[in-house]
Each structure stands twice: as structure tokens, then as C-alpha cells.
Ligand binder design. Structure first.
Ligand code: THU
Length: 157
């Protein structure tokens, strides 16, 4: 038997510690929460993806009365990005969320498992790490890759 440990590298930073590019992406993710359609959960999520062609694509969660038909912000943004710019590669994704009290959630928003798996596919396609910025009002986490958000990820590649 061998005991093993997986360590996830990440930085906890404040908004002012981000560089201009990261700050802009965080601003875009925050802005995208305003375009969320979340009449059921009232939890508004926004995502902004920077592509290597210089474009920034945003998405927000889009809910539906038939609950499972709704889509998270990250997948809205990722699928739109790849459907619109199939040759572009993802560079960075920022995610922000406004809670049911109408305020940004204090702790950095954690993407759901399905979104992590979906984003991992685009990181694999990119052949390089996709930086992940998780936004909260108390702190911001910066992770070096999607893979670091999903240890022991399923991968066919
Ligand atoms: N949601 C996201 O948009 N992203 C996540 O990673 C987690 C959850 C959405 C789905 C649903 O519309 C609402 O947040 C509450 O779960």
C-alpha cells in the first residue's frame, strides 16, 4: 500500500493584486452576473473566458422551468466560445457569483463538477494550462489550470 497526496496549487489574492488583464476578466465576469437568468435559484453566476485570439466571451447561468435543462455560466461561456471561435484556444476563465441576498458571495465561487469536466476538455484542446480565477468579495483564488480544479479527472486523451 502506498499513501499518496494530491496538492492543489493556488493563490489567494485581492483584486488589487491581480494584473490589468486579470482584473479586466474579473470585471467582465462580474458584469455577466447581471445577464444571468436565474428566476428559480436567484443565484446569479457570470463567467468570462479570454481566448488566444484576443476575444473575451462571457456567459451566465440560464435556468429553465424544466430544471435539468438549465445551464451553468461556465458552460454557457465555454460552449459559446468554442462554437463561435472553434480555432481559438482558451487562456483564462474568471467566474463570479451574486447570491440570493443580491450581494457578491464572500468566498470564491466554486464551479460544479460538470463544468470542471467540460472546461478540462478545452484545456486539453488548448495544449496549455488555462488559468482559473474564482471570485468572491472577501478573496479571489487564482489556480494555474483547470486540471488543478479536478484532481483525478476522467480523460480519454
Ligand atoms: N451554477 C453555475 O452557473 N455555475 C456553477 O458552477 C455552479 C452553479 C448555477 C446553476 C444554477 O442556475 C444556479 O447556479 C444555482 O445552482
Amino acid at each position: 500500500m502506498k499513501e499518496k497526496e494530491i496538492i492543489i496549487p493556488m493563490l489567494e489574492v485581492s483584486y488589487s493584486e491581480l494584473n490589468d488583464r486579470q482584473r479586466h476578466l474579473v470585471d467582465m465576469a462580474r458584469e455577466a452576473t447581471g445577464r444571468s437568468y436565474a428566476p428559480y435559484s436567484k443565484f446569479r453566476v457570470g463567467a468570462a473566458i479570454e481566448l488566444d485570439n484576443g476575444q473575451i466571451v462571457t456567459g451566465s447561468n440560464q435556468e429553465n422551468a424544466a430544471f435539468p435543462s438549465g445551464t451553468c455560466a461556465e458552460r454557457t461561456a465555454a460552449y459559446y466560445a468554442h462554437a463561435t471561435y472553434p480555432d481559438a484556444r482558451f487562456k483564462t476563465i474568471a467566474i463570479a457569483a451574486v447570491g440570493t441576498d443580491g450581494h457578491e458571495i464572500p468566498e470564491p465561487v466554486a464551479p460544479c463538477g460538470a463544468c470542471r469536466q467540460a472546461l478540462l476538455e478545452y484545456e486539453t484542446l488548448a495544449h496549455h494550462n488555462v488559468e482559473v480565477i474564482l471570485v468572491g468579495s472577501r478573496a479571489i483564488y487564482v489556480l494555474p489550470s483547470v486540471r488543478s480544479t479536478l484532481p483525478l479527472a476522467f480523460s480519454e486523451f
